[in-house]
Design a protein around this ligand. Sequence first.
Ligand code: ATP
Ligand code: MG
Length: 420
Amino acid sequence: MQLLRGTKDILPDETVLWQHIEKTTSKIMKLANYHEIRTPIIESTSLFKRSIGNGTDIVNKEMYSFIDQSAREITLRPEGTASIARAFINNKLYTDNTTKRLWYLGPMFRYERPQQGRQRQFHQLGIECIGSLNPIADAEVIRIAHKLLNELECSDYIMEINSIGQLEERNKYKQSFIEYLEPYVSDLDNNSRNKLYTNPLKILDSKNTKTQEIIYNAPCLYDYLETPSKKHFEKVCEYLEFLNISYKINKQLVRGLDYYNYTAFEIKTNSLGTQDTICGGGRYDALIQELGGPYIPSVGWAIGIERLLLTIKNQLDQKIEKTKPMVYLAVDGHNTEKEILNIIQILEKKNISYNLDLDNNSLQKQLKKANKQGAKACLILRDYEVKNNCITLKKMSTSEQKQFNIININDLIQTLENMN
Ligand code: ATP
Ligand code: MG
């Protein structure tokens, strides 16, 4: 049986890195009063159509959608924000009128061409600051992304930021942009040409050189923004400067989802080649209302864990000590089983980790394995030890052996604890 294209098994060697990311995240979120939310992986297809937008790549070609046994249209979530907005409304989290700060981490699904940093099942870690129009909220979420990346020793990145204004401003701009592009239609790359009337802003994002050349002289979205949009943007930039967070204004930056307004930003690393965006986010003031809730301005981001890991795996690998069994349990004999089960329960009570050899090898081989696995000590239990109510401890670093009484096991435990 083959694993599905675009999916990956995360094996124990790597799960320790994931656990490190989770632990670091959880610590930072707790400090900043962000609370974890877990929403279902399946949602109604209409949720994503309405929130992400019909003209977007995600909705047009990347969704894993199916009809269930009761003819419901269902989709495996391609991102987290839409589900959180839905949960926010369904659970009436707005009734006390306070800002809600939420974070999530989980698998997302998009039918894309798999390549380095691009999978069909991937994971996003995201935060949402729900209920504030204040530009300080934008700065807060950006600062937390920055803090998290630094704590995870990811430093080789640059944050790009832009304001994409309000819907009306964008609509005016779209009109001029389309008019500007129309004479060049035949020179645009296929993908951009297809987006001309459905999702023209995304053309700004094209990596095609010819398209980029055409766009170079196009009208600029920023020039279509009115004072409130510009003011908001200036404030966010001012706070970032105050926080010493370096950023680059990229006036061509737009996001692949329809629900954003005002601030849009991406964090890109220098070490990943084409799939270089590890974090994308922005403000989404209208989304909750659009999904049937009250008007609640919000801002957030999502980090792709797999892409993040590609950039920090080597440093983390060195930093995180793989847990080695402290005590290797070597057994050799016919009457040792119950005794060793007793020993295990005692070790567990004392928080001493152990690895019981189940392979029925000779004692010699078991000792070799203990060495190979980096155990600090080996406890040897043979028929001899059982008969004499004792157990033999072998210290791996010196090969010293000593016997301990098993009726009063305190001496043994103390010796093991001192070896830590
Ligand atoms: P891209 O332009 O690379 O397709 P996107 O704009 O579609 O990214 P977002 O929807 O903003 O991505 O998602 C936020 C982050 O999630 C991305 O910056 C990336 O790190 C990660 N991500 C998105 N799609 C994938 C994928 N198919 N595989 C792995 N990570 C992904
Ligand atoms: Mg994408």
